[in-house]
Design a protein around this ligand. Structure first.
Ligand code: MIC
Ligand code: SF4
Length: 700
């Protein structure tokens, strides 16, 4: 294969000496993939029936996938292992990911670039967050990881600005990692343990997804924005429309969108449940990277002209109008005219979706010389130190402050319920990406997702306002040069000094929960039955009170499923072991592995649902919890909370891929279920999770 000259392999072995000390000698084909090679291997595919290679065009996503496959057959629907070039973590998932990484006993990360961000838990309402930040900073310094200090900005915004590169693979312990698709990266959200393994040089596994061609035609009208594009995709496809798919944007409309606009679209592809989303790398990408002083990482990337897609969706940009996602789901989309002039209590502008320099400049323009409506509280969090510095230097920040905006630090803030919870039943317009029930910190808060233009116009008017009422839209261009000052990104210690770096561990940092090999039979009650579209915010809520417990599973598990049923943790613990039953798209939303680790700690042995979201299903497998789906969705009605379910002969059935059934002992009914697993996943489950799988590798 033509990549051979770019390979420099190294091989390791995995070894573990105790539950919490794992020495990793990792099977690693360390490939330095130079993106231009992607072109050369763009054309071969295997016919799954005949096994023969034949030539046809590849999509852009496939080119990057193909250049990074290190395990498995490159066949749609099959599991493939990918070489990961870059990783990112944020603090809310990062502490656990670094505890896992540390346990692997690897001295230095084996990626081209790994970055640890602190952007989620920045309220420091107690010692816990500050301790975690110091822990992450010290781990980063010791192990070859760049550390983006609190105050430097939201991981996805900063990564796009300072580290991302077209044609590279990135996995991040945050579901909005696909933001990097805005510059032509293959950027995927993953659980913390998967990111830890990738930092150690291990492959990251996904099912070769379907590729959807999202053809953009025309050009956005004035005051219609990138947010409206992704809201339109969500309106058409729903929050489960992207599961098992990569959304690849093509068409003549692409060149009309700037990199930050593209990144808004790929960011919110996470809300479709998509594996990732990607734009080509073109002149617009080059201009952005040049303006960031990083033009050297640019390479042109595009699909082959005869690329074959699994599905096509066409969006005429010029036909779009300002829209909003109504409570409590990002796909509950309607145009502003359909929703009407509802009164607004709060407006929040920021988050990794809409906090770029140009977004903020539009907001400043709308606020300039005005005053926020007396009944509205307006909070603004610019996405990064770079954005905030530039707003401060050009006077835009002044316009915001003068209008009465409450300017917050460059961090996730209200998006993850870290402050700025709205009043009871309050209507809050947010430029964010998620409006799940309770996520804002106010259980009956009514959250609408809108563009920065809609948000700013509404903050002044006091009601949901169509920005087209503001008259002529100003031309706000991307700067030719961004202000570059990476003083809040601490490089790692030189390898020879790294051994002297002390890891700073606070008392809130506890160990990974206890695991056990998959039992041969599971006979236990249903501790909880939930409906469709249960998010990880339902399973493991975040917010100012709970997020500080992310490195303490026993403590955080006391809040598990708090949004659905506050008595769940106590009941599950007293049952000892139990099963959770749910509907479609179970576990959508965040990548937080805590939504699997807390149930594991509380004794949940299996989760039986109509369908799963991708990252959560993988997190369950990694935690050794059996992810089951109903063969017939209607059988969901044959189980109630409190029923006793039994699964027998499990180990053989999982190992031999035999049909699985759940017997409802209470209702005396047998229910066929599915558990499609790759060979690797089967072994992980039988061992009791990814950590134990790793141990088993050693003893071989
Ligand atoms: C989110 O937006 O839900 C989060 C908080 O960024 C999560 C990660 C987490 O729960 O820590 C995500 O999107 O993965
Ligand atoms: Fe942070 Fe919100 Fe983005 Fe998650 S979605 S990374 S909480 S800004």
């Amino acid at each position: 294969m033509q990549l051979s000259s770019a390979y420099f392999g190294y091989i390791g072995i995995l070894c573990i000496s105790s539950v919490d000390t794992i020495h990793f000698l990792w099977y690693n084909i360390g490939i330095q993939v130079h993106p231009p090679y992607i072109y050369k291997l763009s054309c071969s595919r295997r016919n799954t029936k005949t096994g023969k290679e034949y030539y046809m065009g590849l999509t852009l996503a496939e080119k990057i996938l193909k250049a990074h496959v290190v395990d498995g057959d490159f066949v749609k629907g099959q599991e493939i292992g990918l070489k990961i070039d870059q990783t990112l973590t944020q603090d809310a998932t990062g502490t656990m990911a670094y505890i896992e990484f540390e346990a692997m006993g690897i001295d230095q990360v084996r990626t081209e670039r790994s970055v640890a961000y602190v952007d989620h838990n920045t309220l420091q309402n107690g010692f816990e967050n500050a301790d975690d930040h110091r822990f992450i900073g010290s781990v980063a310094k010791k192990h070859g990881i760049y550390f983006s200090r609190p105050g430097n900005g939201i991981c996805h915004q900063v990564h796009l600005e300072r580290f991302g590169a077209p044609g590279k693979t990135l996995i991040g312990s945050d579901s909005h990692t696909p933001t990097g698709g805005g510059i032509g990266m293959l950027a995927i959200g993953a659980g913390g343990l998967d990111v830890a393994v990738a930092m150690g040089g291990g492959a990251y596994y996904i099912t070769y997804p379907k590729i959807v061609n999202v053809v953009l035609t025309g050009k956005l009208n004035d005051w219609v924005s990138a947010k409206d594009v992704i809201l339109e995709v969500l309106r058409r496809l729903t929050v489960k429309g992207g599961v098992g798919k990569i959304m690849e944007y093509t068409g003549d409309g692409v060149s009309t969108l700037s990199v930050p606009e593209r990144a808004t679209i790929t960011n919110m592809g996470a809300e479709l449940g998509a594996t990732t989303s990607i734009f080509p790398s073109d002149k617009v990408t080059k201009a952005f990277l040049d303006a960031q002083g990083r033009g050297d990482v640019w390479v042109p990337l595009a699909p082959d002209p005869d690329a074959v897609y699994d599905e096509t969706l066409t969006i005429d940009l010029s036909a779009l109008e300002p829209m909003a996602a109504r409570p409590h789901s990002p796909d509950n989309v309607a145009s502003l005219s359909e929703i009407g002039r509802i009164k607004v209590d709060q407006v929040c502008i920021g988050s990794c979706t809409n906090s770029s320099f140009v977004d903020m400049m539009k907001v400043a323009y709308i606020l300039n010389g005005k005053t926020v409506h007396p009944d509205v509280s307006l909070a603004i969090a610019p996405g990064s130190k770079q954005v905030l510095t530039m707003l401060s230097a050009n006077g835009a920040l002044n316009a915001m402050i003068d209008a009465g905006a409450r300017v917050l630090e460059s961090a996730c803030g209200p998006c993850i319920g870290m402050g700025q919870s709205p009043n009871s039943k309050g209507i809050s317009l947010r430029t964010f990406n998620r409006n799940f029930e309770g996520r804002s910190g106010t259980r009956d808060g009514q959250i609408y997702l809108v563009s920065p233009e809609v948000a700013a116009a509404s903050a002044i008017a006091g009601y949901l306002t169509d920005p087209r009422e503001l008259g002529i839209m100003p031309q706000i261009d991307m700067p030719a040069h961004f202000t570059i000052h990476d003083n809040m990104i601490t490089p790692p210690a030189a390898p020879e000094e790294a051994k002297n770096v002390e890891i700073l561990r606070g008392p809130n940092i506890k160990e990974y929960p206890e695991t056990a090999p998959l039992a041969d039979s599971i006979v236990c009650p249903v501790s909880l039955k939930v409906g469709d579209n249960i998010t990880t915010d339902h399973i493991m809520p975040a917010g100012a009170k709970i997020l500080p417990l992310r490195s303490n599973i026993p403590a955080i598990s006391q809040h598990c499923f708090a949004v659905c049923d506050q008595s769940f943790p106590e009941r599950a613990k007293s049952l000892g072991k139990s099963i959770v039953v749910g509907g479609t798209n179970y576990g959508q939303g965040s990548s937080r592995e805590h939504a699997a680790l807390a149930p594991l700690y509380l004794g949940v042995k299996a989760v039986l649902v109509k369908s799963f979201a991708r990252i959560h299903r993988q997190n369950l497998i990694n935690a050794g919890i059996l992810p089951l789906t109903f063969t017939n969705e209607a059988d969901y009605d044959k189980i109630d909370a409190g029923d006793t379910l039994s699964l027998t002969g499990l180990r053989e059935k999982i190992a031999e891929r035999l049909p699985l059934t759940v017997y409802n002992e209470t209702k005396k009914v047998e229910i066929p279920v599915e558990c499609p697993l790759s060979e690797r996943m089967r072994e992980i489950l039988l061992c009791g999770g990814l950590l134990d799988f790793t141990k088993a590798q050693l003893s071989k």
